[in-house]
Design a protein around this ligand. Structure first.
Ligand code: SF4
Length: 309
């Protein structure tokens, strides 16, 4: 996709709300910007001053780094439609998954710094070419810029749904500031066991953080609403099956069915394969078997969840 991003300089002017008319933005967006200095945007609460060039676990500054923009046809069918899901991939990540399939983006942070205006223009351009939604991939560490750009884009004609496509390590405090800006939350639920989350994603508190985040997401948008085959609003959970039930499928499905809603829509994904640093972790140095994947899907169906194909 030809994008105005292609013509933007690699080193964009540092994005600071002080450089634009702050009155344009809501109190929630201004608070998200304040939360970057010191940074408490995500549960790691690194406390670095991103506006002064300090970097925390995710490595991000104030400016969002974008690695790619364009229609994507490999997402869940309820997000794709005829024009594709309009993905915006952000470089950097607040998780440290040893099996990351996009480590050049997440860890090496290959991307281009963009201004709020260019980010908003990219969203409008995705809508213009017929995408079904704007899909923010790995958004947690750049929520301030995303919130500001959504407000900017909506003021100038953005009407398609926004999708928050996250690894699921999000703080409730930050999510509350996104209320009304995000239409579809699509969190991973990666683990239910702290030891596994610590070893595989450097986030031993992931299970309790993730449960609280999913609860808040569902409070904001409810169950997934699908109209004419396309998701318009709601919660869509992703769960990647790992070998030997390391992902804790049973506990995650039980939580969704018993605490969130038995109508929850879930994608139980079976495409795990070892990459990046997975070879150093024998337990995940193989693909899950067909039987392991089927067992996970059947359990979710037995609990009444809607399991996507
Ligand atoms: S967003 Fe980045 S810098 Fe901020 S707390 Fe999270 S990992 Fe640390």
């Amino acid at each position: 996709m030809a994008s105005r991003l292609d013509h933007h300089p690699r080193t964009a002017t540092r994005v600071s709300l002080a450089m634009v008319d702050q009155a344009r933005f809501s109190d929630n967006v201004r608070t998200l910007w304040d939360m970057m200095n010191p940074c408490t945007l995500c549960p790691r609460r690194c406390g670095v001053y991103r506006g002064q060039g300090q970097a925390g676990f995710c490595g991000a500054g104030e400016s969002p780094l974008i690695s790619s923009v364009g229609p994507h046809f490999g997402e869940e069918s309820v997000l794709v439609g005829a024009g594709g899901s309009g993905t915006i991939f952000f470089a950097g990540c607040n998780l440290g998954c040893v099996f990351c399939q996009n480590y050049d983006i997440s860890r090496q942070r290959l991307g281009r710094a963009v201004s709020l205006e260019v980010l908003a223009e990219a969203m409008l351009e995705l809508q213009h070419i017929g995408c079904s939604n704007v899909n923010f991939v790995t958004p947690t560490h750049v929520t301030a810029a995303i919130g500001a750009a959504i407000e900017n884009a909506r003021n100038t004609g953005l009407t398609i749904p926004t999708v928050y496509n996250t690894g699921g390590y999000d703080s409730v405090e930050t999510l509350r500031r996104l209320e009304g800006l995000i239409d579809i939350y699509m969190p991973d639920m990666k683990y239910s066991n702290a030891e596994t989350a610590g070893e595989l994603s450097a986030a031993p508190d992931y299970p309790q953080v993730n449960l609280a985040a999913v609860k808040e997401m569902h409070r904001q948008v409810g169950n997934l609403q699908i109209k004419q085959g396309l998701a318009s609003r709601g919660l869509l959970v992703r769960h990647l099956v790992l070998p030997d039930n390391l992902a804790g499928t049973t506990e995650i499905v039980d939580f969704l069915a018993d605490t969130i809603s038995p109508q929850t829509v879930i994608n139980v994904m079976g495409q795990y394969h070892p990459c990046y640093e997975a070879a150093a972790h024998p337990a995940i140095n193989r693909q899950p078997t067909r039987d392991e994947i089927d067992t996970a899907r059947i359990y979710a169906q037995q609990k009444g969840l809607t399991v996507l194909d």
